[in-house]
Design a protein around this ligand. Structure first.
Ligand SMILES: [Zn+2]
Length: 243
């Protein structure tokens, strides 16, 4: 994929996540640099709905802006670099504060589980990271490399990590896959929360989740959703066929 396509897709991803309510003024999405796997691309500190191609900056894994770029970066960019550093197969990362997942990030008894088939892509195990365990009282944000690495260690080989009282980070092998996980995770949390009000809940079995984990991160069912969400978000004109 060319750098130009990657940046265009990253703009689309920002708009999709905003339009689908996964991010609001806060939250962000990044991709690994297509020509340099040791770098990643992420907007300057700007709300995702407003992000344009000119806002995209390039970073090293330790969060330093490349090329003397002095624009204000996101404070929590360390989430992204740390996950890319520990997961070579990951090419896109989403960070969100979506309300619907937050109850499961603070409950001491009920863990988030996949319950609807569209959310099988989130995986069987969704680890929970509490910044307090290692760093004590903080402002709850991931603002340095050490915190980012600790988060990435808890994510381990999973697709999603919940962040206590904060939100989640999702990792994908393609940008479309990361966006898909991030869109369906809050939907699944909403359904699960409603179902819990009714009593006992049937959750997806490990075997069902296994069958929902797509082998190809650019499979037709993923590209289909990408195109749909992009058009809904008003940026169908930015689609160039490469995700
Ligand atoms: Zn955050």
């Amino acid at each position: 994929m060319t750098l130009e396509s990657a940046i265009r897709n990253l703009v689309i991803a920002n708009r999709i996540l905003a339009h689908e309510g996964v991010v609001d003024a806060y939250g962000h999405v990044s991709i690994r640099h297509p020509d340099n796997p040791q770098h990643y691309l992420l907007s300057r500190s700007r709300s995702p709905e407003l992000v344009e191609a000119g806002d995209i900056m390039e970073f090293t894994f330790d969060g330093a802006a490349v090329g003397g770029d002095k624009r204000q970066p996101y404070l929590e960019r360390f989430i992204h670099g740390s996950i890319y550093a520990s997961r070579p197969e990951v090419t896109a990362v989403v960070h969100s504060h979506a309300d619907d997942v937050l109850p499961f990030s603070v409950s001491l008894t009920t863990r988030l589980r996949p319950v609807v088939h569209t959310a099988g892509c989130m995986g069987n195990h969704i680890p929970l990271w509490d910044i307090r365990n290692k760093f004590g009282d903080t402002n709850m944000l991931v603002t340095n490399v050490e915190q980012g690495r600790d988060l990435a260690t808890t994510l381990e080989r999973n697709n999603v990590v919940l962040m206590c009282g904060h939100g989640f980070a999702a990792a994908g092998r393609s940008l479309a896959e990361a966006v898909r996980i991030a869109v369906y995770l809050p939907k699944n949390a909403r359904v699960y929360m409603e179902a819990l009000r009714l009593g006992e809940v049937r959750v997806l079995s490990p075997g069902e989740v296994e069958q929902k984990m797509v082998k190809n991160p650019n499979a037709p069912e993923i590209v289909r959703a990408w195109e749909y969400w992009a058009k809904r978000a008003g940026c169908g004109h930015l689609l160039d066929g490469a995700v």
